[in-house]
Write a protein that binds this ligand. Sequence first.
Ligand code: HSE
Length: 403
Amino acid sequence: MVHVAILGFGTVGSGVAEVLTQNGGLIDRRVDDLVRLKYILDVREFPGSPYADCFVKDFSVIEQDPEIDIVVETIGGATIALDFTTRALKAGKSVVTSNKELVATHGYELLNLAREHGCSYLFEASVGGGIPILRPLTSCLAANELTQVTGILNGTTNYILTRMIRSGLTFDQALKEAQDNGYAEKDPTADVDGHDACRKICILAALAFGRHVYPDQVPTQGIRGVTLEDVAYADSVGYKIKLLGRAIRQPQGKVCAYVAPHLVPGENPLAGVEDVFNAIAVTGNAIGDVMFYGRGAGKLPTASAVVADVIDIAKDLKKDRHNGWEEGAPDLVVSSDILSSPWYVRAQCTADQARLACGEIHLLARAGAPAGEAAFLTPPMTEPQIRDRLQGMEVGSLFRVLA
Ligand code: HSE
């Protein structure tokens, strides 16, 4: 029998308990053994819960129970979760997590710790919710030199932008809906300001390019600056505003990674990714372009990915699954300043002033635009170049266009 403990009975943890229980029969058949939930660690009380017998408040009960083979960490954050994950791995218990913050900040050391102690550290659910992306990246695409990963990596912000685009909701109204649906992080600033997407692109970059990329190395801009005016201008040319995380291989093994809102042309498949859905486009030198798409957040989609990792480990508890990456370095990540792209600009200026500053621009229009406002798309250039050309102009929004 394989015994499982869940740390944290929040949205994802309770989803994992539900999937393990409801799909117990098929999980047992697929593992060819009995997989049983033994403990749930949470400081809160859950009177009347169907899992009442499982609740414990002291992690050492789990740590010291030799029957526990797999620990599912759904606490989140990088403090208590780091302590419990470290202790579980040192006790020889495999750990499965959806915790992108922990993987993005401590993945390198935790993967090594798992290897040293003959167990596994798996985190498929940490990127893209229920979308199978990490295992395909490292196994199905293993024959490729990967050159680029670009993704809509945060369900909450994609939901907010979709509601702004489709229904004209304000940012606050759309955020409230996302929270009510259980998509947003406890603190929605992690979603809205791009930190959640940043952690996910760090994990993708590490797996795609083989070295740890730390969140503080990745310039990150969220969606607070996106207005309904920008949405309308983008829409006038069939573009959608999307928060993208990007990691692009550079010469000498370096990586360019960043998170920022982009205008995405309607013909790009990423433009059609709506609501809480995520999509990750990967480019490899043999496969060309491939895209992974699905529910990027939510209780059961995320639990689906967590339980898939549990099943993988339960099938062979002692298998060496080390799929890690090398250590990072302060000079590994190069600035996105080197990337040339067209830009979307909304500014207080005339069309002539915009042309004089930026050359052959494409002017945009929207109903109700006030006099003195211009919005336009520029020819490709780097960020330092566009900022230089816009000097002295009152700029409302400046976003890259995904070429
Ligand atoms: N808050 C995250 C999101 C949850 O909205 O994508 C999944 O990581």
